[in-house]
Design a protein around this ligand. Sequence first.
Ligand code: CU
Length: 489
Amino acid sequence: MWTTARALLAALSALAVLDANPAGAQSLQPAGWDAGMRMAEAVDRNPDPNVVEVDFEARVATVEIAPGLKVDAWTYNGTIPGPMIRVKVGDRLIVHFTNNLPRPSTIHWHGLRVPIDMDGVPGYSQEPVQPGGTFTYDFVVPDAGIYWYHPHVMSAAQVGFGLYGAFLVEDSTETETIGIADDLVLVLSDIDVDDDGALLPADTGGTVGMLFGREGNRVLVNGRRLPELVARSGAPQRWRVVNAAKSRYFKLDLGEGHVFRKIGGDGGLTEYSEDHDFIVLGAGERAGVLVTPTGEPGGEGLVRSLLHDRGYGSIFGRDFESLFTIRFADEPPYDPGPLPRTSREMEAYDLEGATGIDLELTLQKDPYDQTFAYGINHVPFWRAKPILAGLGETQVCNVTNSTAWSHPLHLHGFFFLVLDEAGEPVRPLEWKDTVDIPHERTVRLTVRFDERPGTWIFHCHILDHADGGLLSAVHLGLPPEEFRNLAEH
Ligand SMILES: [Cu+2]
């Protein structure tokens, strides 16, 4: 029973490293090691060291995703992914957004604890930005970690056409303490194009396509097909990985004899580091890992995504995906000793008195028009009533997935902790904003709502599923009659 369990709340920045890397935080990689994978970064035009002020223009632009394969994609500032935002914890970010797309759009800051009017969801938190229109996003960034941004209008289509980017919130003490300077952000995604690079329609396959969740036919890493990283064998690296695909899961594999030391998740460092053979990320999820690629100097390794069963028909007749190659520099292997371990202090709080909520992820026939729709507790978002919550309230949610497909469930504006999956406790604890709810399983999680009143949505991050009904809202600290449903907008 949830009332007898204890959940833990993480202190915001406490970090202890058990085995510090004696090498210190100096690059061990050859010059230009990540040139084949580097993403554009947003240019800060504000001289204040604690304010990052950038210009974002959403527009159609030609991008080359593979040698000779050019796509007229939907972009921020002309690149896929859009420019990476790099800030320090506590910085103020100002984004002057201009929409020069042919359709309305917004920017949602995935995972960031922003005020409600910065959350970017038409119908709940802001007006859509019309073609030719502008909007200024302006907020303080409260938590270190790897996040991302994307539109919240026609989400499956707009994300699928190329609108997403990484958002790195740095904590300089982390790099010093972990002692690994070679840091790489990996944005995994896919895009659906024909052999000439023309974008394929976002509604292929009709209802069946929606039910499954459409995946792009070309997997991209930092916007490229099979890019190359150059590395010194044995030199440790820190990777922060974002799954920005609209439906696809990734199951990262470094090959025989390699492990991932997972140190971070959606919301910064986890309770303690833990080694994994693979890293599985549902759409919207992130992970921070330490890795030590090893191979013959002059040789090559391959980073792959293995098959992940996300439900009916999701692995049949498919094979692994090649993500990127690691070419080992022609220099003697480095001997790093053991990788550092990390931990983060967690402060306990009691779940006695928490409000219990039961959520069922469902697929049902709409009684009005007899079409299939996803829903939460059998109701698609266009007929959903919100969950009501008070400021400071703690809720414990039993989320049961009754459908044949897994759903990565994302809550806007707040972190939560996963307590258990199918009755098994989940450790190490991790601040999550997106968690995979496997098909025909139950996951129990807890969230404490803070002092930011508003209507915060939660939805499946397989964006076809969200568009297809799997979305609802938490109406926090406001009178119930102030709730507006997206469908009424
Ligand atoms: Cu889903």
